[in-house]
Write a protein that binds this ligand. Sequence first.
Ligand code: BG6
Length: 476
Amino acid sequence: MNHDGIHMKFPHDFLFGAASASYQVEGAANKDGKGPTNWDVFSKIPGKTFEGTNGDIAVDHYHRYKEDIRLMAEMGLESYRFSVSWARILPDGDGEVNEKGLAFYNSLIDECLKYGIVPFVTLYHWDLPLALEEDGGWTNKRTAEAFVKYSEICFRSFGDRVKHWITFNETVMFCGLGYLKGAHPPGIQNDEKKYFQATHYVFYAHAKAIEIYKGLKQYGEIGITHVFLPAYSVNDREENLRAAQHANEFETFWYYDPILKGEYPRYVLDVLEEKGWTPEWTEEELDTLRRNAGLNDFIGLNYYQPIRVEKNHETAAVIEHSRETSTLAPGSPSFDGYYRTVKMADKTYTKWGWEISPEGFLDGLHMLKARYGDVKMYVTENGLGDEDPIIDGEIVDVPRIKYIEEHLKVIKKAIHQGINLKGYYAWSAIDLLSWLNGYKKQYGFIYVDHKDGLNRKKKLSFHWYKHVIETRGEEL
Ligand code: BG6
């Protein structure tokens, strides 16, 4: 074996997969008893999404899942990560069960298993039953309790065949965009108190759900996925190094500490106390976090880019303004004004301004190992959002191949260096609806032709990934 792992095959138990999320692929928004969700309503508010796109039809995976899974099987996919739409199972969040919703996911799971594709199921990928959103969403404990009920229904209905569960996808995104930036539902801006309260109820719901899961003795694994945004200082000035540490505390440790250590990071708690942003919590909730931290089997990392930060010296007015206009691309102050993200001249960026940095991932993995030890990890999302070139009718998504190749190489290196990584899920299996960027920003191995009846077509990356899987990455 070459010392940097270049000629190594990925271990036999490493899963090569790809991912999607219910709202972004399914469509069938009102079909077979599904209840309305926060996104069904939010996406219809003028100006909220790119060209007013919404998930009413999306890429119609609800009706075409058999064709889609067949294509995934042809690609050699070992595992498919998808999410369950809560409102298909419990149309009003915590009331009656909709049998047709259960039937759909039973068929989807069976279809995966027919081809030996391991279903990796996310319970919450942002589409919340509207009744719960209208009752305060994640700032109301009712939503957390409803989630626990919903997750138990899923475990009992699908757990004989699903052995890999993710409770939540990217808490920082749906809470941050929902309560600080107002870019996702419920569209609230600058409410730090609500933001931290919502994150707390998510962690509490996660802890209760894993306790129930383990009690059912289904012998699968369960964890949580966050977007992983490791922060690096733009230089070695003391104030910027401190700013990077501050960013890691708020963007990463706040999200993984309560899951893996069962407690919140002291540094953040002190800041919240000082600012008056501490969530309302009970001893019982805090104890639930402590008690169940040891039951969590893995963490999922959605890695797209690191953040480069420096101490912020802008005035409050500038911070306020940029909160309203900023996207995930660098160049704006953090929500608390402590640091700002910076676009750097010597780095490479995607068309949507996200930095491309496989090395940033490798360093970040070591940071996680230093803090959390040998916790099992999956890359639950990674990929390139691009407008794919079409030449003579072929989708030649070479930049995507390059992007994934570079990331798989560092993942191989990381495994070689002792990082406990067990799988890679490209985002995404198939072109899908980007929450705010419509269909223009493509991620899939499978192309969807919106001008031709949503027909599916294999991209160049489809054939490339198939070869990677067949050779277990040995040539990377
Ligand atoms: C992740 C989400 O944050 O990023 C996905 O889990 C999302 O649902 C992906 O689609 C890419 O984001 P975007 O904004 O490029 O569509």
